[in-house]
Design a protein around this ligand. Structure first.
Ligand code: GDP
Ligand code: MG
Length: 720
């Protein structure tokens, strides 16, 4: 709470005085020191100044000044009495008033000792590296802008004080144009951090200092972490940090946040600044920039230019000498080579993900089956055994099986990201993606969708533009995931035995076309956020093994945590629907008369125009949990038992003889396009933050699926 917000008559204890220089000194001289009690004598709305009573005498402050004083109110202290362990241990015979006084002092003391530090800086300047280094956290660091999307908090002790670090999203300015800018600005205004660490990328001072001047204008205590100092030194540049600090009115600490060099000195400086020991006096920033007049931009840059010309000596590269980044870029973004290289990389990644991933996948499959068998041997026959083995264990297995794929995919992606290649990929794809209303960064998630829609949707986080992000999320389900492949292999083999590869290709192609088409339509409906296309190409960097591993594992964990529960519950529910009510007849009869069979029959009128029979309807229902289940459900319904038909030849025969070609085409199209799967549904909800968005996407896919299947049915019928 701040002093200015107290009502007449309220009492509070001072935590600390913000602001700096003579203003702060004056307040302290007047008695506004940590631990002292203040009471509001008169605070009428709109009335300035406000009258306070402190250490026995009355003073009045302007509201503006009272805003700089942080306090603990009696109400806050009362709350602490309930929740704080330390305060609960107070002797029981204390009077209420004494208890409250003790609580006030305790909370004020504790808050005084906690120093809240906000990290502010351009994207990709090393904020998260610093955050992790200082707090020992494991947040994701990437050589790609837009990796941190919301504020992360980390606490740790430094020299007996508690520091609370907040890692904010990267911004280029605080002008409140983009959501990030607004978010950071509001965070600074509302939460008033005790100290701001302005992380500055030393290899790009002009642009980074723009934000610095804006932070300085917000009248906060600022320390500059002049990061990537190693790169600056390597280039042979020189900078006078002392003088720079003098001109900007803030301590400047050179750091290399990747290795932790300079971070202890930075933290020491933060403590000094928080306690008001080391105060930078703003010398010229305030004088130069005062208003929001139209020429302000130019003025800031003029100021920065002047400052740098006094403090910074750039090493002039000998003519003709190119940096490593330039050399690599001349190949990687070359007019002719860019796309072949990109496609080759994608090919390698896909091959590795699915061929390499197959081995651990089979092991997991085998282990799960063994485990199920093992449990099955021990338990008595009955529904409990069935639910455990066929529902729970098989359900968990179907989640675990994809873990190797996800880990391998993410390992590659994080290498691509950390080296800086990802930004190039987005860069070369931007023109094509822009035509359909998307951003270059949308491409990677879309391609990943061929593997699994879930991590693909999670990967859209890197897209800053809300509009591009939402549209990308909405169209990813049309990218045919690996889970759908076995169904297409089965059906293509049954109905297009001589052209099955072509049929597969056509299916993938139709999916992509519909994704593009949908993006074009949706871009007319989703509100534009008018973000200009700004994308930086960071210098290439050698990724650290630790960062790659951490990122890969984080994603794997996320997948398990978020998906396991939903898929588990979903598959048990679907399993139960197929298992009850119980009959003693064969499996096929059971399926037909179970709840799922009844639901299948109930929805069959809606699917009848597409030529589907009720067996196909039921398999579609089971595909709602995971598309992989469609094949096994069809297997159960067409051949009674699926066990003696390992390569599905019997099933293919049965399908070919009972399903017409137009219906088969419609079925493939429907599977390609309809409701993605529960895990994807949950991923959409998590990433957009809204249920209705997930529901809308699913409703849209259903409509598209039905219409396309209908068209496919009739065109095929016409052709044969
Ligand atoms: P953020 O976007 O500001 O959170 O930046 P990150 O912490 O994600 O870092 C961006 C990239 O810069 C990563 O590849 C880091 O490994 C790298 N990086 C961070 N600090 C330094 C540093 O001091 N020197 C060098 N050479 N690289 C750094
Ligand atoms: Mg970050």
């Amino acid at each position: 709470m701040i002093l200015a917000d107290l009502a007449t008559g309220e009492k509070a204890v001072i935590v600390r005085v913000h602001g700096h220089g003579s203003f702060r000194k004056r307040l302290i001289e007047m008695g506004f020191i940590q631990g002292k009690e203040v009471r509001v004598v008169l605070n009428a709305p709109l009335r300035d100044p406000i009258e306070y009573e402190i250490i026995g005498y009355k003073v009045s402050l302007r509201r503006e000044e009272a805003r700089q004083i942080e306090v603990v109110t009696e109400e806050e202290a009362r709350e602490a009495l309930v929740h704080d362990e330390h305060l609960q241990a107070l002797p029981g015979d204390l009077e209420e008033e004494q208890r409250l006084a003790k609580a006030l002092a305790h909370v004020a003391e504790e808050r005084h000792h906690n120093i809240r530090v906000a990290l502010v800086g351009n994207p990709n300047c090393g904020k998260t590296s610093l955050f992790n280094m200082a707090s020992g956290s494991h947040e994701h660091v990437g050589n790609y802008s837009g990796v941190t999307v919301d504020a992360k908090e980390g606490r740790f002790n430094w020299k007996g004080r508690k520091l609370v670090f907040v890692d904010l999203p990267g911004t280029y300015s605080l002008s409140a144009f983009s959501p990030e800018e607004r978010f950071v600005r509001e965070n600074l205004v509302e939460n008033v951090p005790d100290v701001v660490i302005n992380v500055v990328d030393a290899s790009n001072l002009e642009r980074n200092l723009y934000l610095t001047t804006q932070v300085k204008d917000m009248n906060l205590k600022v320390v500059m972490a002049l990061n990537m100092f190693d790169e600056l030194k390597k280039r042979g540049d020189r900078i006078d940090t002392k003088w720079l600090g003098k001109i900007l009115g803030m301590p400047v600490c050179p750091t290399v946040c990747r290795t932790g060099e300079g971070v202890p000195e930075l933290l020491d400086t933060v403590l000094e600044v928080a306690d008001g020991v080391s105060l930078g006096e703003p010398v010229s920033v305030d004088k130069i920039i005062t208003s929001e007049d139209p020429g302000e931009i130019e003025k800031r840059y003029q100021f920065i230019h002047d400052t740098l010309s006094k403090t910074y000596v750039r090493h002039i590269e000998p003519v003709g000498e190119k940096s490593w980044t330039e050399k690599i870029d001349s190949v990687v973004t070359n007019k002719w080579a860019a796309f072949p290289i990109f496609i080759l990389l994608l090919y390698i990644i896909f091959q590795a993900t699915f061929t390499l991933g197959e081995y651990p996948m089979n092991w997991i499959d085998w282990l799960v089956a063994k485990f199920g068998g093992f449990i099955g041997d021990f338990m008595k026959e009955g529904w409990l055994k069935d639910v455990l083995v066929d529902g729970v264990i098989a359900g968990v297995g179907s989640v675990l099986v994809f873990l190797p794929n996800i880990l391998i995919l993410y390992c590659f992606l994080s290498i691509m990201e950390d080296t800086g290649y990802m930004a190039r990929a987005a860069f070369i794809m931007d023109k094509l993606m822009h035509r359909i209303g998307l951003h270059g960064k949308s491409f990677i998630p879309m391609v990943m969708g061929f593997g699994c829609n879930v991590p693909a949707i999670m990967a859209t986080r890197a897209i800053e533009s809300r509009k591009s992000r939402l549209i990308t999320i909405a169209i990813i389900p049309f990218m045919s995931c690996a889970g759908r492949l076995p169904i297409f292999v089965l059906l293509a083999g049954a109905f297009f035995p001589r052209h099955s590869a072509l049929a597969l290709l056509a299916i993938y192609f139709i999916g992509v076309l519909l994704a593009i088409f949908s993006a074009m339509i949706l871009s007319h409906f989703v509100k534009d956020d008018d973000l200009p296309f700004v994308m930086e190409l960071p210098p290439y960097r050698v990724p650290t093994g630790k960062a790659v591993w951490r990122h890969t594992w984080e994603k794997g964990k996320q997948y398990l945590e978020k998906m396991a529960t939903t898929i588990l519950i979903g598959s048990v529910v679907i399993w139960c629907l197929g298992y009850f009510p119980r009959s003693n007849r064969d499996v096929e009869y059971q399926q037909e008369h179970s709840y799922i069979g009844q639901i299948g029959k109930a929805i069959s009128p809606a699917l009848e125009p597409l030529g589907f029979n009720w067996k196909m309807d039921i398999s579609l229902l089971s595909g709602v949990v995971a598309k992989e289940l469609v094949v096994s459900t069809l297997g159960v319904m067409y051949s009674g038992e699926s066990t003696d038909d390992p390569d599905n030849t019997q099933l293919q025969g049965a399908l070919a003889s009972s399903v017409s070609l137009p219906a088969a085409v419609a079925f493939m199209l429907f599977i390609l396009l309809y409701f993605p799967c529960i895990a994807t549904f949950v991923a959409i909800k998590n990433e957009t933050g809204k249920w209705w968005w997930a529901i809308a996407v699913c409703a849209y896919t259903m409509v598209v699926a039905w219409v396309c299947a209908f068209i496919g049915f009739h065109i095929t019928a016409l052709l044969i």
